[in-house]
Ligand binder design. Structure first.
Ligand code: PHE
Ligand code: ZN
Ligand code: ZN
Ligand code: ZN
Length: 269
């Protein structure tokens, strides 16, 4: 895959931060920060030539939405899916949680488009709303898949918090979800991080606390990557107002973006 530099993911994070700034420092569902994020995703992905759908739903009396985008090449009966959540908590702008995953995936969509990739399998990205209310958007998507569509998803890869920075002298703790240890999905990520001299936690216990859970519960093979060592070390600004542009490292964004590219290229063929 082409090398993704810091400029692409960081520009997306700046946009997400601007949406939060115009919305009392939040991108929570029900806020303009969230609706601006959804519109941005739709226009970016459509502009890149991806087939993009906005799936609206309501939870707790608030409007929310998923954005689903597909690169319209490759065998539609074998889908490699990747996702990140597009919402934040009310308390903050959610730039690491999970603007980082969103920005890394947008940078990958652009890399796929620019390279004119013609993969063997179909590549589909999901940007989930209302993760912070309990994986509502991803659960809605999986439960509304038409008959037979779930079985066509060969893998679901989740990216929630991939921009952590050095804190109190403690380096970022790259982790691969425990779910991917036995199904083979951690291998391309391990290969990438090893090539960069980075040792990963190969078995992050996510306690099903993100959007891979809905896919796993439906029988889809899942894994994910995060720049945290464990759920007890999510960072000083986790779910706080200070989860802004100063809460992410551009080095982490570069690593995450290129790890995704490497794995998607390998898995989609
Ligand atoms: N999903 C959690 C949140 O958004 C944090 C988390 C990150 C959980 C990575 C699992 C893996 O707050
Ligand atoms: Zn298949
Ligand atoms: Zn969160
Ligand atoms: Zn999250």
């Amino acid at each position: 895959p082409p090398v993704i530099t810091a400029a692409a993911p960081m520009a997306h994070l700046t946009q997400l931060m601007n949406f939060a700034k115009a919305s009392s420092n939040t991108r929570v569902i029900g806020s303009t920060g969230f609706t601006s994020t959804v519109s941005y995703l739709q226009s970016q992905l459509t502009g890149l030539g991806w087939t993009t759908t906005v799936q609206n739903f309501t939870t707790g009396g608030k409007k929310a939405a998923n954005v689903i985008a597909e690169w319209p090449y490759g065998d539609a009966a074998h889908v490699i899916m990747a996702g990140a959540h597009s919402d934040s908590v009310k308390a903050g702008p959610g730039i690491n949680d999970d603007g980082s995953g969103v920005a890394a995936l947008l940078a990958n969509a652009s890399a796929i488009t620019q390279s004119g990739l013609r993969p063997a399998k179909r590549i589909r990205f999901g940007f989930w709303g209302a993760e912070e209310q309990g994986d509502i958007g991803s659960s809605y998507y999986v439960s509304h898949l038409a008959g037979g569509e779930t079985a066509k998803i060969d893998a679901y890869l989740n990216f929630d918090m991939v921009g952590n920075k050095v804190e109190n002298g403690k380096a970022v703790g790259w982790s691969l979800y425990a779910d991917g240890q036995s199904n083979g999905l951690n291998t391309p990520f391990k290969t990438y991080f090893t090539s960069k001299g980075i040792t990963v936690n190969p078995s992050l216990d996510t306690d099903d606390r993100s959007d891979h859970a809905a896919f796993k519960n439906a029988g889809v093979k899942v894994t994910g990557v995060s720049s945290v060592r464990s759920l007890n070390e999510l960072g000083a600004c986790y779910h706080k107002a200070c989860d802004d542009l100063t809460d992410v490292s551009s080095d982490s964004m570069v690593l995450a973006s290129n790890a995704i590219a490497s794995a998607v290229w390998t898995l989609a063929g």
